[in-house]
Write a protein that binds this ligand. Structure first.
Ligand SMILES: *Cc1c(COP(=O)(O)O)cnc(C)c1O
Length: 224
């Protein structure tokens, strides 16, 4: 199947309120351009340097999303153009994003990554930690950040009821945070669902899915 056919298949079952992030990590620019010509404008990368390189040479009407774990010392490289940072999971990182956004005289949209999986390897904060950060005085002073939602990754398992439970936890965390009414928060996005579980994620209230291999084919890490 071609990239454009894969994209169109996914889009054909996507409710209107759900945004598709095409996860293009490790894929060559030619693959991304094929998706671009099929009208895809939102791309997700998990390494800052790779995203910067692709941004430099690709059309400028693309929205670039950082979906991976963010190293604080690299925020400066993407601060001028990144549209949304999905994986914000600590206060120091927020502080650095705010600082770099200010240098570029812009506001950077961020999602708080919530740990919903039972595995240890997944990054993220607890719902309570998210609540505490958003209610803190320090956070209220960040003028160059807007929290627009939450992001999570379910456990890698075949157990559908477990995945469903984890997605529901993310959705209810989103609803709880939404009640707070904090000035630099405009909660509208629940980023959950990947190639293996996005239909379930949408059923559980996802508004943004991050799909890689179902669009671009499986990834080959052997040459990295
Ligand atoms: C790689 C990645 C995806 C996409 O995974 P697929 O299974 O290829 O769809 C989604 N989210 C994050 C955070 C990723 O790192």
């Amino acid at each position: 199947m071609s990239i454009s056919k894969n994209l169109n298949n996914i889009k054909s079952i996507l409710p209107e309120h759900v945004t598709l992030v095409a996860v293009s990590k490790t894929k060559p620019v030619s693959d991304l351009m094929e998706a671009y010509h099929a009208d895809q404008r939102v791309f997700g990368e998990n390494k800052i340097q790779e995203m910067v390189d692709k941004h430099d040479i690709m059309p400028k009407d693309i929205e670039w999303h950082m979906i991976g774990h963010v190293q604080r010392n690299k925020v400066k490289y993407m601060a001028g153009f990144v549209s949304l940072i999905h994986g914000v999971d600590n206060f120091k990182l927020l502080s650095e994003i705010n600082k770099q956004a200010k240098k570029h005289d812009r506001i950077i949209d961020c999602l708080l990554q919530i740990k919903i999986a039972s595995e240890d390897s997944k990054f993220g904060m607890t719902p309570n930690e998210a609540l505490e950060i958003l209610q803190s005085k320090d956070f209220s002073e960040f003028q160059n950040i807007r929290i627009t939602g939450v992001m999570g990754m379910a456990t890698f398992t075949d157990n559908e009821s477990q995945i469903k439970q984890e997605f529901k936890l993310l959705k209810s965390t989103f609803e709880d945070l939404k009640k707070l009414k904090i000035p630099n928060c405009e909660l509208q996005t629940v980023s959950m669902g990947m190639s293996g579980d996005y239909p379930l994620a949408i059923d559980c209230g996802s508004t943004m899915i991050r799909v890689g291999s179902s669009i671009f084919g499986s990834r080959n890490y052997s040459n990295q």
